[in-house]
Design a protein around this ligand. Structure first.
Ligand code: MN
Length: 486
């Protein structure tokens, strides 16, 4: 992510003379270099904008630079905002308006009008903010001293969202099945997702993958089995069944690379012609390497998973499914029939082989483990509301299994909902949130909200402040707004 660049643009004007403008440029460089040290991306000072022509030239450079994922704008002085109209109207990348200042405190003993004219960020912020608001740009505003740790954390968070947005524009999902027959929530408008989110979702018959599976050599399987042996505990003597999964993993990975860089995968337990088992261990290990996965044809979750994995630096993130409640203590046990990412493992995953009661195929090998604890985690779902996509983000707390579950043959997570069990579950259901989610202990709720805003989709947040009657009204109002937008 550090290879991605965010340009720092400073707003000013020629009114103050050359000396002041030299200070403005110097300070901007210094500030950009300072924040760069604390951010996951590279921040580079680009220019001090003093005219419409300069803004246009800067924005053209930002748009054309493939490595650039966004801009930070800052007003050192006042910057008359009519000069920003043409350039900002052309901007194709996320923008953060950084309401900060070169000086943290006022020099109370010496302050005079020269100081006031050189350091008027408060004045400049408002003029710039007006035109951004008037242009209806969905930008981010971050307020605070640029060396302040909390402010830098907010900025880092926004940078991760911007990087996620850029990554999202290139996400490709290979569908080895259509979505599960009769299921509603895994459906959706793939063309709209391609336009709005950048997700290219392509279908391949499972037979195409079966051909690749047939080409995997014993030597390739030996190498991957060694890797499994290092990472996982072999808790089965049915080696042939595990080798079958290794073969699937090698074939899926090669298929995705050779067919043009697919980073999302979708399969379906009911569409496995030419395969002896449902890919379990194979999909789990692929998720641990950065692939996004959606079960039962759920391409939205596969793409979302790939984006969130990238933002999370491939830690603590993957497919999850709200499975079964503990109504007495207010927990949810999440899992899937096999494909839970080992990024969620608190214990060393065991490779086990058990029968699978649906799908009618052979007993599949899978990783079994207890899930991690994380006080601040999120569950995220993307649903198609017919006239727009709705991104639902819920804060959850991943907790330790309250009791051992020795007969549970899959990896899982146990969690509590925010704001509480009753309202958390009700809000999710009112919002139409899916049973499939991407859970992450690394990506924050704010990062997903900012990403949703960059995408221009509806964003619904369920957190400690959610009040159920207000929440229902918010959904109703949002529906009216989105109908108008359309
Ligand atoms: Mn499922």
């Amino acid at each position: 992510m550090k290879e991605k660049v965010i340009y720092w643009l400073t707003g000013s004007q020629t009114l103050y003379g050359e000396d002041v403008l030299e200070h403005v440029a110097q300070h901007s460089k210094e500030m950009a270099m300072y924040v760069n040290r604390y951010l996951p991306v590279t921040v580079r000072f680009l220019t001090v904008c003093k005219s419409s022509e300069e803004v246009v030239a800067a924005v053209k450079r930002v748009n054309a630079d493939e490595n650039c994922i966004g801009i930070i704008t800052w007003c050192h002085t006042f910057s008359p905002a009519k000069m920003w109209i043409k350039g900002l109207s052309m901007l194709q990348k996320p923008m953060c308006h950084f309401a900060t200042q070169y000086n943290e405190e006022l020099p109370y003993d010496t302050i005079d009008m020269d100081f006031m004219n050189e350091n008027q960020s408060a004045h400049g912020d408002r003029e710039f903010g007006y035109i951004v608001s008037r242009l209806r740009m969905d930008n981010k505003v971050i307020v605070g001293y640029y060396k302040d740790a909390a402010t830098l954390k907010e900025l880092a968070s926004w940078c991760r969202s911007a990087a996620g947005y850029a990554f999202s524009r290139g996400v490709k999902v290979a569908r080895f099945s259509d979505n599960m027959r009769d299921v509603a929530v895994t459906e959706g408008d793939k063309v709209e997702a391609h336009i709005g989110l950048g997700w290219q979702v392509d279908y391949y018959p499972i037979g195409d993958l079966a051909e690749y599976i047939g080409q995997v050599t014993e030597e390739q399987i030996d190498r991957l089995m060694e890797e499994y042996g290092e990472k996982y505990t072999m808790a089965t003597d049915r080696t042939d069944v595990v080798r079958e999964q290794a073969k699937y993993e090698i074939a899926i990975d090669r298929f995705c690379r050779e067919k043009g860089g697919y980073i999302g995968i979708v399969d379906h337990f009911g569409t496995l012609h030419g395969l002896n088992q449902l890919p379990g261990l194979a999909i789990q290990d692929l998720q641990s390497k950065g692939y996004g996965f959606g079960a039962e044809g759920d391409w939205k979750i596969a793409a979302l998973g790939a984006v969130m994995q990238y933002m999370a630096d491939q830690k603590g993130t993957g497919l999850m499914e709200d499975y079964t409640y503990d109504l007495k203590d207010g927990f949810c046990l999440g899992a899937h029939m096999l494909e839970v990412s080992p990024q969620f493992a608190a214990t060393k995953p065991e490779i086990q082989v058990h029968p699978l009661s649906i799908g009618g195929k052979g007993d599949p090998a899978r990783l079994v483990f207890e899930g991690i604890e994380a006080p601040e985690a999120i569950a995220v779902s993307m649903v198609d509301m017919g006239d727009r996509m709705r991104l639902i983000v819920q804060k959850i707390e991943l907790v330790k299994y309250p009791h051992p579950m020795p007969n549970l043959p899959v990896g899982g997570l146990m969690w509590k909902y925010r704001p509480n069990f009753k309202d958390g579950v009700a809000a999710w259901i009112y919002a139409g949130g899916a049973h499939h989610t991407v859970v992450s202990s690394e990506v924050t709720a704010q990062e997903m909200v900012d990403l949703g805003n960059m995408w221009g989709v509806e964003v619904v947040l369920i957190d400690e402040n959610t009040e159920i009657n207000e929440f229902k009204k918010q959904l109703m109002w949002a529906d009216a707004v989105w109908k108008m937008k359309k």
